[in-house]
Write a protein that binds this ligand. Structure first.
Ligand code: ADP
Ligand code: ASP
Ligand code: MG
Length: 402
C-alpha cells in the first residue's frame, strides 16, 4: 500500500518521540508499505519562531516570516530521517522546494496549486521512506510560502491526492475526532466516523484538530482519511462522504478563541455605507463572520463584526486610513471575545435549537454578545474568559454521554 502519514508537533516534540515515530514507520515499512510521511515542526517551535520574529521586527514582512517559519518543519524531517537510518531503514527528507510543491503566492496563507510527484516516486522506487516538510510550499517567485497555522494536515492530504495514495493517516495527540475539544469538554464523545462536510464545518468554525483545507481537499478528491493517536493504538476516526450511523442533530461544538470583534461607530445611516465598509475589507481579503448592525439614530448607526485575530493589524490599518472616506466617527477592536458554535446538518428542520443554546448559556451565567445562525450552525460571541464554560454547557445540552 502507498500510505501518506502525518505526525503533528506534539508527536515529534522531542528526540524520544521522534524515535517512537521512526519505530512505527520502520514497522510499517517492513510490512512492505510505501511510506510518504509529512511532519510538523517539533512541539511549540512555530510559536517560538513567531515570538523571536516579534522581538526583532514586530511588523516583519510576510515573506520573511514564511522563510523563518518553514525552518521548523525542516528540522523535524531531517531528524526523523536520521532516526530511521539508525534503525536500518533507508529514508530521505525533502522540503517543499525539493519536492516542488507549488502554491499561490499569498505568504502566510498559501494554497496548493500543483504538486510534482517525480522526485517522491523516484525515492519510493529506491525503497526509501520519504519524509516531507508539512506546512510549506513554493510560489511562482521561487519563494517559500506557508499554508497557515495547522497547515501540515493539508500537505498530507494534498500529497495523498497527488500520489493517489491508498490511505492518508493523520497522527496527533488525541485518539480521534470528538464532539468537542476533549481537553475543554470532558464529556465529549469520540466519533468512529464523521462526514467530510460535518468536519469541514467544525474545522472552519474553530475545531483545530484538522486544518479546514485538508478536509476540503479530502472531500474533493475522495481521500480516505483517518485521524488517530500517535501514542496509542486506539482506532481513530474515519472521515468519509457518508456515515452509517444515523445523523445526529448536532454533530459537534466548536470553539474559536482566535477571533476579534470590530465595532465601527457613527457610520452614516444611508444606503451604501455598509457596502463601502465591507467592500474595502473584501478587497483586502479580510474574512468577516458574524455581523450586527444596530438601529440607527440621528442619521448614524453602529456596525460590529468579527474577524480572524490574524487580520486585526491589517483591519486596524485599513480603517484608520479610510475613516474620512467611509465617513464613520471611530472604531474599536475587542480582542477578548470568543466564538462558540454548534454544528449539525439536521438543525434547519428543528425549531427551538437556538433557544436551547441560549438556555444553556443562561444556566451558566454567560452573556451573549452577538449571534448568528445558518442552516447548519448557530454561533454566539461571548467573553473569552467564559468560553470554556460556555462550550461545556452548550455541548452538554445537546450531546449526552453514552
Ligand atoms: P497536531 O500538532 O498533531 O496537528 P493539533 O494541536 O493541531 O495537533 O490538534 C489536536 C488538538 O485538537 C487536540 O489536542 C485537541 O485539544 C484539539 N481539538 C479541538 N477540537 C477537537 C475535536 N473536536 N476533537 C478532537 N480534538 C480536538
Ligand atoms: N508547524 C505549523 C504550525 O504550528 C504547521 C502545523 O503544525 O501543522 O502551525
Ligand atoms: Mg494541527
Amino acid at each position: 500500500m502507498l500510505i501518506v502519514r502525518k505526525y503533528g508537533g506534539t508527536s515529534v516534540g522531542d528526540a524520544d518521540r521522534i524515535r517512537h515515530v521512526a519505530r512505527k514507520l520502520a514497522a510499517a515499512w517492513r510490512e512492505g508499505n510505501e511510506l510518504v510521511v509529512v511532519l510538523s515542526a517539533m512541539g511549540k517551535t512555530t510559536d517560538e519562531l513567531i515570538a523571536k520574529a516579534k522581538e526583532i521586527a514586530p511588523d516583519a514582512s510576510k515573506r520573511e516570516m514564511d522563510m523563518l517559519l518553514a525552518t521548523g518543519e525542516q528540522i523535524s524531517v531531517a531528524l526523523c530521517a536520521m532516526a530511521l537510518g539508525e534503525l536500518g531503514v533507508p529514508a530521505i527528507s525533502l522540503n517543499a522546494f525539493q519536492v516542488r510543491m507549488h502554491t499561490t503566492s499569498a505568504y502566510g496563507n498559501a494554497r496548493f496549486k500543483k504538486i510534482d510527484t517525480e522526485r517522491i516516486r523516484h525515492e519510493l522506487e529506491a525503497k526509501k521512506v520519504v519524509l516531507v516538510t508539512g506546512f510549506q510550499g513554493v510560489n511562482k517567485y521561487d519563494d517559500v510560502t506557508t499554508l497557515g497555522r495547522g497547515g501540515s494536515d493539508t500537505t498530507a492530504v494534498a500529497l495523498a491526492a497527488a500520489l493517489q495514495a491508498d490511505l492518508c493517516e493523520i497522527y496527533t495527540d488525541v485518539d480521534g475526532i470528538y464532539t468537542a475539544d476533549p481537553r475543554i469538554v470532558p464529556t465529549a464523545r469520540k466519533l468512529d466516523e464523521i462526514t467530510y462536510d460535518e468536519m469541514l464545518n467544525l474545522a472552519t468554525l474553530g475545531a483545530g484538530v484538522l486544518h479546514n483545507r485538508s478536509v476540503e481537499l479530502a472531500k474533493k478528491y475522495g481521500i480516505p482519511l483517518v485521524l488517530r493517536s500517535s501514542l496509542s493504538d486506539a482506532e481513530g476516526t474515519v472521515l468519509k462522504e457518508e456515515v452509517k450511523v444515523e445523523r445526529m442533530l448536532v454533530s459537534g461544538v466548536a470553539l474559536d478563541k482566535t477571533v476579534d470583534r470590530v465595532s465601527v461607530a457613527g457610520i452614516p445611516d444611508r444606503p451604501g455605507s455598509a457596502f463601502r465598509l465591507f467592500d474595502l475589507l473584501a478587497r483586502n481579503r479580510i474574512n468577516i463572520d458574524v455581523i450586527v448592525q444596530s438601529a440607527g439614530h440621528d442619521g448614524k448607526q453602529e456596525i460590529s463584526f468579527t474577524i480572524a485575530e490574524a487580520d486585526a493589524q491589517t483591519v486596524e490599518k485599513l480603517l484608520s486610513e479610510n475613516r474620512k472616506k467611509l465617513g464613520f466617527d471611530s472604531f474599536v477592536i475587542d480582542r477578548d471575545i470568543a466564538k462558540v458554535s454548534i454544528v449539525g446538518a439536521g438543525m434547519i428542520s428543528h425549531p427551538g435549537i437556538a433557544s436551547k443554546v441560549f438556555e444553556a448559556l443562561f444556566n451558566v451565567g454567560v452573556n451573549i454578545e452577538m449571534i448568528t445562525t445558518s442552516e447548519i450552525r448557530i454561533s454566539v460571541i461571548i467573553a473569552k474568559d467564559q468560553a470554556d464554560r460556555a462550550c461545556r454547557a452548550v455541548h452538554d445540552m445537546f450531546i449526552t454521554e453514552d
